[in-house]
Design a protein around this ligand. Sequence first.
Ligand SMILES: [Zn+2]
Length: 55
Amino acid sequence: MATNLSLEETCTVCKGSGKIGTELCQNCQGTGTALTAEGKKIVDFLRNSIRTSEH
Ligand SMILES: [Zn+2]
């Protein structure tokens, strides 16, 4: 049973530092973590829910 579903993982572009040299990492917007495929699904679902409830 998979209980360790992770929604975020260390950003592979900046290796978790949040920066590429002196520039903010565009992949993770400087957070150092990036959403996994599962995380993106959930975020999309939440965004759609919010959009629906606003109308
Ligand atoms: Zn990054």
